[in-house]
Design a protein around this ligand. Structure first.
Ligand code: ADP
Ligand code: MG
Length: 622
């Protein structure tokens, strides 16, 4: 086209497209849900803008917030159209080709290792999945701030953008025209599309319409001499009927009618727009919750979320919420944890989608949860910035945290593996046991670090979070155990909870600090994650027990009358050591009963950095 401007795809995007177009991935169906999801996002955006300015919606059909799917069998074109926010020329260039999203290279890597395209939506590059089924795509788009443009590409490294002077004006929104590949003919079948929308796009909050064919039978009167001609024109079956037949000589002429089967087209609604969170939790099935999770998280790995909580908060601040623990942590959960805003809850106000970048709903450490909040109390017609300041947000956040921690606690309580030998008699075996077995260990492996970060960051929930903590100990036999279990097993004479920090359990097991404690039958917690050092600076006590790092000063293990005698006997030697080591930054030299076979050991002072902390600070692992 003469007015087309040509562009090259950003290198990573180009690579991604190459992989997609050459992919042998069999589940090509996923492209439809990605395009519908984009249409839905675009509709959410315009509906949000309309809250403060009704005029943005326009008039007539343009104001209808819906998604339309149309087929052109002859030309092998499948088009998906929305009346969402649309894209300006600049948007088309940036969003569909020149600016790579942060997830692009991560996804390319993942694709190359697993070949699984199913998670494409989670990486923010879902649009390109359309090249699984099309070899040429046109994106026609009209944004309120610009004239209509066409973006087009054959996925050959280049794309073009032109001012649209030939298509029908869209009013506002976007039409994605897929020129289907020969082998993608199945997507020209209405039944296939209906099936896909049902399966993948059940929870889209806008009507999805298909321009669907329908056979209708009509009875039409025919002139006698016409009837033969008609028969050849219409392939459908016809029956001729004679009505009111009379003699040729009679006054009435022979009246002939025929039944004609015709194919007519009309919009057929494919989804019933239902907001699962507005229904009573009792009425929603497990399968529906799972499917809703998939659509919410764009995680279509078919895995079930580990847990969910659906509730209705009443009182001064009213809202409904559904929270999920995902089956797996996302690839970048702890990446630049302190510098990024990660929000995974979608905020709605009275069913209108407001934002999914609203990070005031949950604290950072819970950002691994997915879900949705629909508030009745927040005002609808204010900006995002004003919402952020609204007083009821604090209450919402507090309740969400409480519910989230409850949900995680239940996950542990329901896990039969979490019940230790000494409690076993209280628990009855149930059929659910097998499914719940090991679920908390799984949770811990995926999200344990978040719980630790929570203990560091959230003083008001520290105790609740500490209950969720799991670790290995000198007695846990390779399994995870909890503080409650540890305390139950504590020896009578033991006042503090003992722990030791280091880089691995194997290394710690050989530590001279443990020799005597183990001999005497004490249990010591192993903390081997770099974050544990920080954790223990915040976790001072639990259920009125203090924590004692066994490599630090202050370790008390029962009474030992011999120490006093020994102190006396070695008084001079101790003094000599202390003086000789004064220049080596050694604060003190003491007689102690903490060792068994090792003659001496370097201990850190109570408020000093442990040796492990020194190691961490040197390598800056956090
Ligand atoms: P994501 O949806 O995760 O952002 P996609 O690859 O699916 O990633 O889409 C890329 C971008 O293209 C979107 O963020 C959006 O800006 C734009 N886009 C895609 N489809 C539409 C559409 N139907 N209407 C408006 N913008 C769209
Ligand atoms: Mg998308």
């Amino acid at each position: 086209r003469s007015n087309a401007e040509k562009f090259e795809f950003q290198a990573e995007v180009s690579r991604l497209m190459d992989i997609i177009i050459n992919s042998l991935y069999s589940n090509k169906d996923i492209f439809l849900r990605e395009l519908i999801s984009n249409a839905s996002d675009a509709l959410d955006k315009i509906r949000f803008l309309a809250l403060t300015d009704k005029d943005v919606l326009g008039e007539g059909d343009t104001a209808k917030l819906e998604i339309q799917i149309k087929l052109d069998k002859a030309k092998k074109i499948l088009s998906i159209r929305d009346r969402g926010i649309g894209m300006t020329k600049e948007d088309l260039i940036k969003n569909l080709g020149t600016i790579a999203k942060s997830g692009t290279s991560a996804f390319v890597e993942k694709m190359q290792s697993s070949g699984d395209l199913n998670l494409i939506g989670q990486f923010g590059v879902g649009f390109y999945s359309a090249y699984l089924v099309a070899d040429y795509i046109e994106v026609i788009s009209k944004h309120n701030d610009d004239i209509q443009h066409v973006w087009e590409s054959k996925a050959d490294g280049k794309f073009a953008v032109s001012e649209d002077t030939w298509n029908e004006p869209l009013g506002r929104g976007t039409e994605i025209r897929l020129h289907l590949r020969d082998e993608a003919g199945e997507y020209l079948e209405e039944s296939k599309l209906k099936d896909l929308v049902k399966r993948y796009s059940e929870f889209i909050n806008f009507p999805i319409q298909l321009w669907a064919s329908k056979e209708v039978e009509t009875e039409v009167p025919v002139e006698e001499d016409e009837s033969t001609e008609d028969e050849t024109e219409t392939p459908s079956t016809e029956e001729e009927k004679e009505e009111d037949a009379e003699d040729e000589d009679g006054e009435k002429k022979k009246q002939k009618t025929k039944k004609v089967k015709e194919t007519v087209y009309e919009w057929e609604l494919l989804n019933d727009v239902k907001a699962i969170w507005l229904r009573s939790p009792k009425e929603v099935t497990e399968e529906e919750y799972t499917k809703f999770y998939h659509s919410l998280s764009k995680d279509f790995s078919e895995e079930k979320p580990m847990a969910w909580s659906h509730f209705n908060a009443e009182g001064d601040v009213e809202f409904k919420a559904v929270l999920y623990v995902p089956p797996k942590a996302p690839h970048d959960l702890y990446e630049s944890y302190y510098n990024s805003n990660k929000a995974n809850l979608k905020l709605y106000v009275r069913r209108v989608f407001i934002s999914d970048e609203f990070d005031e709903l949950l604290p950072k450490y819970l950002s691994f949860l997915k879900g949705l909040v629909d508030s009745d109390t927040l005002p609808l017609n204010v900006s995002r910035e004003m919402l952020q300041q609204h007083s009821s947000l604090k209450t919402i956040k507090k309740k969400l945290i409480r519910k989230a921690l409850d949900m995680i606690r239940k996950l542990a309580e329901e896990d039969p593996d979490e019940v230790h030998d000494d409690d076993k008699k209280d628990v009855e075996k149930s059929g659910e046991d097998d499914e719940k077995k090991g679920q908390y260990t799984k949770f811990w492996n995926e999200f344990g670090k978040s719980i630790k970060l929570g203990i560091i960051e959230d003083a008001s929930n520290r105790n609740r979070l500490a209950k969720l903590l799991r670790f290995e100990t000198t007695k846990s036999d390779g399994k995870l155990t909890s503080l409650d279990q540890y305390i139950k097993r504590m020896k009578k004479a033991q006042k503090d909870v003992f722990y030791i920090t280091g880089s691995s359990k194997e290394q710690l097991e050989k530590s001279p600090f443990l020799e005597r404690l183990i001999k005497k039958g004490y249990e010591v917690i192993f903390f081997t994650d770099p974050v544990d050092e920080y954790l223990m600076q915040y976790l001072m006590d639990y259920e009125d027990k203090k924590f004692q790092n066994v490599s630090k000063e202050g370790l008390k293990v029962g009474k030992d009358s011999k120490v006093k005698e020994l102190k006396e006997a070695f008084k001079e030697l101790t003094k000599w050591w202390k003086e000789s080591l004064a220049s080596e930054n050694v604060d003190d030299v003491k007689i102690s009963n903490r060792l068994a076979d090792t003659p001496c050991v370097v201990v850190t002072s109570k408020f000093g950095w442990s040796a492990n902390m020194e190691r961490i600070m040197q390598s800056q692992t956090l």
